[in-house]
Design a protein around this ligand. Sequence first.
Ligand SMILES: Nc1ncnc2c1ncn2[C@@H]1O[C@H](COP(=O)(O)OP(=O)(O)O)[C@@H](O)[C@H]1O
Ligand SMILES: O=C(O)C1=C[C@@H](OP(=O)(O)O)[C@@H](O)[C@H](O)C1
Ligand SMILES: [Mg+2]
Length: 169
Amino acid sequence: MMNIVLIGFMGTGKSSVGRLLAEKLSYAFVDTDALIEERAGLSIPQMFAKFGEKYFRQREKDIIKETCNRTHTVISTGGGVPIFEANRQILQNGRNIIVCLRANIPTILNRTKGRGDRPLLKNDLHKMQALLKQRMPFYNQADFIIDTDELSPLQIVNEIMVYLRRRKK
Ligand SMILES: Nc1ncnc2c1ncn2[C@@H]1O[C@H](COP(=O)(O)OP(=O)(O)O)[C@@H](O)[C@H]1O
Ligand SMILES: O=C(O)C1=C[C@@H](OP(=O)(O)O)[C@@H](O)[C@H](O)C1
Ligand SMILES: [Mg+2]
């Protein structure tokens, strides 16, 4: 069976929805950021500060390569994963179902404000808009896209399950 890969901008709910979806499907769960942090023994902000974004992106790519060899796994990616051609090639291998979570800027702001765990955000509205616009074409390459603004994580999981069932037929 295939892996389900969740992509999308920061704060769209990939980590929370992924965990819940894995539970519902009785799949394994991998969060690329959590795995990077665990292996390095550093938080993501610490890693950015100490070694820079480039170093983080290399660790991220390594994990994408590894996890794609798995089956029956829900993979919650970090928001930057599909921006890189090498990652897209690995993910779009025909054995993964790629689901994009989408949210409006106010929702994203609301879900990420007051937290220092995303070094690329810094709660700067203009920066966020520019980054989202730049990344949109890559997020839109997903097999299935869900607007999450009005949905709870559980409702999002249910929508994904409906999509998966429809695909099987
Ligand atoms: N559908 C949702 N409705 C309300 N809050 C949500 C929803 N999805 C995620 N959140 C909350 O928003 C924050 C960011 O979610 P997270 O799963 O870390 O997003 P991502 O991994 O995409 O950056 C968390 O505090 C989470 O509880
Ligand atoms: O969008 C990005 O480039 C990033 C998103 C973060 O993950 P979330 O999307 O889970 O917040 C994390 O990987 C890192 O801070 C960089
Ligand atoms: Mg996350």
